[in-house]
Design a protein around this ligand. Structure first.
Ligand SMILES: NC(=O)c1ccc[n+]([C@@H]2O[C@H](COP(=O)([O-])OP(=O)(O)OC[C@H]3O[C@@H](n4cnc5c(N)ncnc54)[C@H](O)[C@@H]3O)[C@@H](O)[C@H]2O)c1
Length: 290
């Protein structure tokens, strides 16, 4: 299964990053979102990120131009028809993703691999929306995609060996280290990470300490490069809540109950860095204020 052209659906913080690393790796890339304005926002994320790599000397001018030249954007799903691999990175909402994969299965060429960057929705369930579960897989990139080395490759119950091999190879070509795991709620990364972030939110709610103090304890005491509340803001509190709900439902254990404060902040539109406010405040460039 040779992969030459990659479609990325969703030009948010993850989709933009995935499109960037794929284009840098020499793939032709089509990035799709619902509106031109969302695509422009995604392209700006990519331009900024490539610009930083250029500044730091990690990329030369010709590689910079070549990567941008390999990237096209569209609002039409039909423009992804001839892709060999499609990576979905839209909102973390199961019915929305199921609807998209149902449509993709009808429109993309039969041999194409469909991959989801979902943080927590079962790959086997998403695959069931298609008639090609053997060519369906989880490709879980980490945020920020251009900087993080890991791609968690999640095999659904019916994912074929050839699909897994092709995706492992594509991830390596993008400069990543893929790690293969099986399909259980939260996979490995979020099964372990999210309960810790949720517990930090619970500590804020109970008044155990301020967000700054909690982050400092985990940075200085546990040698974490980033405190859990800074990380939750970075991931997006809506995404954190969705993942906790999946763990809670999927594993049926109340130890995964989302913190009521997390739920309330999402209801209030405090989504973290992307909305300008979560546990901290951010300027329009996403830098912490104060
Ligand atoms: N944020 C993280 O740290 C992180 C890490 C790993 C995985 N993920 C997963 O990646 C996915 C995307 O997360 P994100 O943080 O980039 O979200 P985001 O909100 O930044 O971006 C989502 C994008 O998808 C677009 N979209 C929604 N429905 C669409 C459709 N039907 N077709 C095309 N585009 C559509 C939206 O307009 C938006 O631009 C989610 O499944 C999330 O769980 C997120």
């Amino acid at each position: 299964m040779e992969i030459r052209k990659i479609g990325v659906i969703g030009a948010g913080q993850m989709g933009a990053g995935i499109a960037q690393v794929a284009a840098q790796a020499g793939y032709d890339v089509v990035l799709r979102d619902l509106e031109a304005a969302f695509l422009e926002r995604g392209l700006n994320i990519i331009r900024r990120s490539l610009g930083k790599l250029l500044e730091k000397g990690k990329l030369d001018q010709s590689a910079h131009e070549a990567a941008l030249g390999r990237l096209t954007t569209t609002v039409h799903l039909a423009d992804l028809n001839d892709c060999d691999l499609i990576v979905e990175a839209i909102v973390e909402d199961e019915p929305t993703k199921l609807g998209l994969f149902r449509e993709l299965d009808q429109t993309t060429k039969p041999g194409a691999i469909l991959a989801s960057n979902t943080s927590s929705i079962p790959i086997t369930r998403l695959a069931s929306a298609t008639r090609r579960p053997e060519r369906f897989i989880g490709m879980h990139f980490m945020n920020p995609v251009p900087l993080m080395e890991l791609v968690e490759v999640i095999r659904g119950h019916l994912t074929g060996d050839a699909t897994t091999q092709a995706v492992l190879e594509a991830a390596r070509r993008m400069g990543k280290t893929p790690v293969e795991v099986n399909d259980y709620p939260g996979f490995v990364s979020n099964r372990i990470l999210l309960p810790m972030l949720n517990e930090a939110v619970q500590c804020v709610m109970e008044g155990v300490a301020t967000p700054e103090a909690i982050d400092q304890v985990m940075k200085l005491g546990m040698n974490h490069p980033m405190g859990p509340l800074t990380l939750a803001d970075f991931i997006g509190l809506d995404t954190c809540l969705s993942i906790m709900e999946v763990l809670h439902r999927g594993l049926g254990d109340d130890k995964y109950r989302p913190s009521p404060l997390l739920r309330k902040m999402v209801q209030a539109g405090l989504l973290g860095r992307k909305s300008g406010r979560g546990f901290y405040r951010y300027d329009e460039k996403g830098n912490k204020i104060g």
